[in-house]
Design a protein around this ligand. Structure first.
Ligand code: GDP
Ligand code: IMO
Ligand code: MG
Length: 427
């Protein structure tokens, strides 16, 4: 097995960073292929916490090549800060490669993100305000600036002049916001280009060559299936394709080269940002899970909305991604709860609904149909073998497999790299 994609099966923050770090021990190459620094991936090794936004979570292994591929949108300032942060903590980042085709998140994108959200009022998406949507809009509108452009002063000058004129027009005329000065942006981003130059490469060649040599390549999804611009809860989604197909386009790797896709899911559900969430718990049980799980966003610090596990969402993730299995994280957070619920279907206008509806308003008004299972009293954080888990924890996992329809391939019982129970060979 040489190419494995890991995606979020819910609304992001499932613990992809932790799972990728765990699998990276066996990987030769780890690739980020979509999203930008809206992502926040946490890795904990020997009590040391690393928060990564753009750099792949394989970076903590000294021999793993890490790639930021064409499908990612890069804020160069954030990336350079992240590299400095890693270097200061003793992590060697020279094994990073950045696609010349990745689009650049410019300061006017973040500004537009903010004014767009303001204008939406109570229909706001609750974006991370990192400029991600506007950067992907410019990519699709064919006025984006790519990392490679920053290395060509004359071409960059021309492209920036053209696009900035339009952005300043919109910002000042429509929103009364101060326009951006061309010279400042131009020189700052030329400097960023020079700082990133040693890392810039044609990453599709690097990744395909690695696969052809039989090396193990791991694709690190950001966000989650329910935030996919096509397959998620549109319009409350991000502007990229967090589902597995995004790896193919976002890295320039044909679908025939991908061997396995794993979905990461929490043992319950969270969502940060606005939009429908059928199994949301707005009561004391939800507050309890939020506090015991420290459910506050890695990127924005916002409190995450918390709810029961939703098997309808997970079956949708299985279908859209072609999941080979599930990695279930944060099982330890449920320790001590008397009972656990799994939504196995919804009800809409008195009728049963077994699959994720293709209509946003049906999903908004769908009521979960729950199955209740007994919890366990023990603390499971130090357990390293499936057979040592409490019977009710094992039964909960078995029930997840039955209602979702794919095997659980890994269980995570804590933040540490070592708090992981792999259930089969994953590569
Ligand atoms: P990602 O965006 O999918 O990489 O996830 P985040 O890093 O944003 O959020 C997941 C959080 O859960 C992080 O703080 C992780 O350290 C933590 N985490 C991951 N797996 C587990 C687990 O099994 N148990 C507990 N208690 N925390 C976990
Ligand atoms: P990781 O990779 C959770 C959410 C935002 C908002 C919506 C759109 O850490 O799982 P955007 O800034 O992308 O335009 O915001 O998507 N969102 C995430 N939620 N985890 C993430 O990334 C997210 N990235 C974006 O909260 O609802
Ligand atoms: Mg996150």
């Amino acid at each position: 097995m040489s190419a494995v994609v890991v995606v979020g099966a819910q609304w992001g923050d499932e613990g992809k960073g932790k799972v990728i770090d765990f699998l990276s021990e066996q990987a030769d190459v780890v690739v980020r292929h979509q999203g930008g620094n809206n992502a926040g991936h946490t890795v904990v090794v020997n009590d040391q916490e690393f928060k990564l936004h753009l750099v792949p979570s394989g970076i903590l292994y000294p021999d793993t090549l890490c790639v930021i591929a064409n499908g990612v949108v890069i804020d160069p300032k954030v990336l350079l800060e992240e590299l400095a942060y890693l270097n200061n903590r003793g992590v060697d980042t020279r094994r990073l490669r950045i696609s010349s085709k990745a689009h650049v998140v410019m300061p006017y994108h973040a500004k537009l993100d903010a004014v767009n959200e303001d204008r939406r009022g109570d229909q706001k998406i609750g974006t991370t305000l990192r400029g991600i949507g506007p950067a992907y809009m410019d990519k699709a509108a064919r006025v984006g600036i790519r990392i490679g452009d920053l290395l060509h002063p004359e071409e960059f000058r021309e492209r920036l002049a053209r696009v900035l004129e339009e952005k300043n027009h919109i910002l000042s005329r429509a929103y009364g916001v101060e326009p951006f000065a061309f010279d400042d942006l131009y020189t700052t981003f030329l400097d960023y280009g020079q700082a990133l130059k040693p890392y810039v490469a044609d990453t599709a060649i690097i990744i395909n060559d690695a696969i052809d040599r039989g090396e193990r390549v791991l694709f690190e999804g950001a966000q989650g299936t329910m935030l996919d611009i096509d397959h998620g809860t549109y319009p409350f989604v991000t502007s990229s394709h967090p589902s597995a197909g995004g790896a193919s386009i976002g890295a320039g790797v044909g679908p025939t080269k991908i061997d396995r896709v794993y979905g990461v899911a929490k043992a319950y559900t969270t969502r940060v940002g606005d939009g429908p969430f059928p199994t949301e718990l707005t009561d004391a049980v939800g507050d309890d899970i939020r506090e015991r799980g420290h459910e506050y966003g890695t990127t924005t610090g916002r409190a995450r909305r918390v709810g029961w596990l939703d098997a309808v969402v997970l079956r949708h993730a299985v279908r859209i991604n072609g999941l080979s299995g599930l990695a279930v994280t944060r099982l330890d957070v449920l320790d001590g709860l008397k009972e656990l619920k799994i939504a196995t279907a919804y009800e809409y206008e008195g009728r049963p609904l077994t699959e994720f509806p293709d209509s946003a308003w049906v999903f908004r008004d769908a009521q979960p149909v729950y199955e209740t299972l007994p919890g366990w009293d023990e603390s499971i954080g130090t357990i390293r073998r499936l057979e040592d888990l409490p019977t009710n924890a094992k039964n909960y996992l078995k029930r997840i497999e039955a209602v979702v329809g794919v095997p659980v391939v890994l269980v995570s019982v804590g933040r540490e790299r070592s708090s992981t129970i792999p259930l089969r060979e994953l590569f």
